[in-house]
Each structure stands twice: as structure tokens, then as C-alpha cells.
Design a protein around this ligand. Structure first.
Ligand code: IPE
Ligand code: IPE
Ligand code: MG
Length: 237
């Protein structure tokens, strides 16, 4: 697709990878086949975001509510997470700085080790910031931030008056990062499903009718074009 140079430069994008199950069902395949294809699309779209100069991208891979799914499906998603997101993708080569959002203490200890290792190794990379949200919930993130600040007040390290929006932002997993310019949800659903509730205050919402496993680079171009047409006012005129 033709697009002006730098059309994605500096953008911060949130992506709710949705529609894997429906994609598989359409093909008479088990839901896990959709997750596998979805993981492949994750790799391709990450590479593409990197190429077109996106500043940061956040992928929603597994929510705090997704544990409600059948054990077998949860197990398959976690295996794919290990295989595709923790092992196959060379973040170092791509110069990405990787940050995992969410409560990792509930995950397989081997995965936790890899996550810590990837974060440490990529910490000083200068390219795109890549956030991967796993066992992530926006409400849980806000509660965690509130607790951290409450603890500091209780210990006498800060006063109640020092609890500001900035102080809260600094306790989020995305500390120091720009809020998402837009949040993209494929699969036609029009809700956040507990994704980046704090950070999304003024994000544009872009929903698309394509299922995530079918999502292409051209779809991302289209989403960015749609975002570029929006008029953001941040409460002003
Ligand atoms: C998104 O696809 C993947 C995860 C939530 C882990 P779904 O599995 O939610 O796919 P649908 O919404 O059932 O089609
Ligand atoms: C949101 O998708 C979570 C992820 C994509 C990881 P869901 O499929 O879980 O959301 P709902 O249940 O349709 O709201
Ligand atoms: Mg879904």
C-alpha cells in the first residue's frame, strides 16, 4: 500500500489480538489452531511496526479473565507464548526494548525466567518498545499502583498530597512510556476488555472487521490511516 514516508513515526499503538477462536471455527479447526496462526501474525506485525518507525506497541496476549477458559486452551496458549513470544522472536536482533505487562508470578517459572532475561537483555536497546501483556488486566494494574503508593505513604516516603496522576502513571507497568495514540481491535468487537484502562483515557479506538489470524500489514496501514484522519481534542476545542 502506498503511504507517505514516516506515516507511522513516533506512534504508540495498543493491539487487542482477538478473533483467533472464530478464525479456527470458520475452518473447522480446534481453537488452538487459531492461536497458533495468531502467534505467527504477532511476529509479522511486530517486525512491520519496527520497520515503519512505530515508537511503541502493546500486544494484549492473555487477560486476567482468560483463565476462565478450558484448561486445555489455556495450556495451549501458554505453550505458544513460550514458543513464539519468548523463544522464536529475536528481539535483540530487531533492537526492540521488551517489557512484559501483567502479573507474571502466576506463570510457568521457566517462562518467568525467560521474561526476566529478555527484559534485562533488551533494556538498553534503542529501537521500538515492545510491550507484551500477559496475565494482564487494567483494573489489576490500577490496584497494584494504588497499593504501591499506599505503601510509600504508610512508610512515610511520600504524602497523600503527592499522589498525583503522574505518580500513578509511574506505578503502571508502562512507566515512562507515552500513552497509546490508538487502540486497535480486530474481530469487530467494540470494547476494551480490561486493556490499558489507565493509559487509554484519550486513545482513539479503531476497530476492524478482520479476525486477528487474517490480519495483514495492509490492515495495519489502514488502521494507521484511519487514526490519522481522526481529530483529537483532549478536552480542548
Ligand atoms: C484472542 O482470540 C486470543 C486470546 C484471548 C488469548 P480469542 O480466543 O478470544 O478468539 P475469539 O474471540 O473466541 O474468536
Ligand atoms: C481480550 O479478548 C483479551 C485478549 C485479546 C488477550 P477476549 O476475547 O478475552 O475478550 P472478550 O471476552 O470478548 O471481552
Ligand atoms: Mg475473543
Amino acid at each position: 500500500m502506498e503511504h507517505p514516508q514516516d506515516f507511522a513515526k513516533g506512534l504508540s499503538i495498543g493491539i487487542i489480538m482477538d478473533g483467533n477462536g472464530r478464525w479456527a471455527k470458520q475452518r473447522g479447526l480446534p481453537r488452538t489452531a487459531g492461536h497458533k496462526k495468531g502467534a505467527e501474525v504477532f511476529q509479522d506485525i511486530t517486525r512491520y511496526c519496527n520497520q515503519i518507525g512505530v515508537e511503541s506497541v502493546t500486544f494484549y496476549a492473555f487477560s486476567t479473565e482468560n483463565w476462565k477458559r478450558p484448561l486445555e486452551e489455556v495450556g495451549a496458549i501458554m505453550r505458544l507464548f513460550g514458543e513464539y513470544l519468548l523463544k522464536a522472536y529475536d528481539y535483540q536482533k530487531e533492537n526492540n526494548r521488551v517489557v512484559f505487562l501483567g502479573d507474571r508470578s502466576a506463570l510457568d517459572p521457566k517462562h518467568q525466567e525467560l521474561m526476566n532475561d529478555i527484559e534485562t537483555r533488551t533494556r538498553n536497546n534503542t529501537g521500538m518498545t515492545l510491550n507484551i501483556a500477559v496475565n494482564y488486566g487494567g483494573r489489576a494494574e490500577i490496584v497494584r499502583a494504588a497499593k504501591a503508593l499506599a505503601r510509600k505513604v504508610a512508610q512515610g516516603d511520600m504524602t497523600v498530597e503527592q499522589i498525583t496522576e503522574e505518580a500513578m502513571s509511574n506505578e503502571m507497568y508502562t512507566r515512562g512510556q507515552k500513552d497509546p495514540d490508538f487502540i486497535l481491535r480486530p474481530s469487530g468487537e467494540k470494547r476494551l476488555s480490561n486493556f490499558m484502562l489507565w493509559q487509554a483515557a484519550y486513545s482513539e479506538l479503531v476497530e476492524m472487521d478482520v479476525l486477528w489470524p487474517d490480519f495483514t500489514r495492509e490492515d495495519l496501514d489502514r488502521a494507521i490511516q484511519e487514526f490519522n484522519r481522526r481529530s483529537r481534542r483532549f478536552g480542548g476545542v
